[in-house]
Design a protein around this ligand. Sequence first.
Ligand code: PLP
Length: 396
Amino acid sequence: METHGGDPLLSGFEDPEGFGFETRAIRAGQPHDSRTGGVVTPIALSTTFAQDAVGQPKFGYEYARTGNPTRHAYETCLASLECAQYGFAFSSGMAAEDSLLRFLEPDNKIILGNDAYGGSFRLIDKIYGRNKISHEAIDLSNPNSIKEAWTTDTKIVWVETPTNPLLNVVDIQKISEITHELGGLLIVDNTFATPYLQKPISLGADAVVHSATKYLGGHSDVVGGFVATNNENLVEHLSFTQNAVGAVPSPFDCYLVLRGIKTLAVRMDRHCKNAKAVVDFLSQHPKVKQVFYPGLEDHKGYAIAKNQMKDFGGMVSFTVSGGRQEAEKISASTKVFTLAESLGAVESLIEHPGAMTHASVAGSPLEVPDDLIRISIGIESIEDLLEDLENALSFS
Ligand code: PLP
């Protein structure tokens, strides 16, 4: 199925699959502009496109909600990185999740991890729940528990790995085998790992979703979402829904994520390296009760993470012995780490999930410990990050 216009200027990098990840991140979907030789994909602001005759657009584009050359370049590039033939860009991660979940019908059921991102849970619980779509949040670290939760109405297993904020890791391949045996679809939120560290579709997932706001954009300056898939039914559904609902990103937003993706590999390497040093530091600090990081050998998901991820990522969470009060004080005491929501960008961020990003799941099975601090490790000088944490921990 052809889902994108065939603009000869932006129709794709010749045989992108023949090239390595980093090369595709920079070139897939982004041939040089044949009019000017420009090496950067233009931000195509036009909302409408000239037609040669009625119903015959010159380059396959008609109206910018339906298709736009900058979005097409971004969709081609990120789909290639996710080992998918089709990619669909949305105006936020939540818009991407919502557009995908509109696939479901009343009385269908979703099985999801019991520590999924609070916003995903809220969407499934509060919005889809209203439309008679039920859900069950279970511990996916035991993939066989899917069989117990499964009913004839179950259509989707929704997996996040590593999870936000507890960094739990689940076995994508095993879950995909069980889900497919039962006749369902496996959706993986790959926001924390990114396609550089983990490729869910090659492990059996039917679709990957992203908050492109995080590592893909990478600079805290764009909100975006994405779905990549090879599943023909989902392709048909998403092609229709992306246009019919219209939760699409602006050309400038597409440009920003595409630009971010070019440096994804080098940024991720540095995020991972800095995270390891921070984990070593926190693991030895007397005020720290427990560190959550999939790269720790005593982490429950370490063996799975080592097997399905290239490295362990830039997100770290930890609990402190002084409880909620101390956790909040530390979160507000750093100088290089900024106290703010979000994650995955070049600058380091710190937050208290219970009071901030995960406040919406208080009282639900997804509630997080109140002495938990989540940090997104940026790519600054590691000495500055360690000194900042040392100071915040000692003065709190
Ligand atoms: N998925 C995960 C794992 C997230 O962390 C987030 C946001 O924090 C989302 C989805 C939602 O993405 P957005 O904020 O871009 O709508």
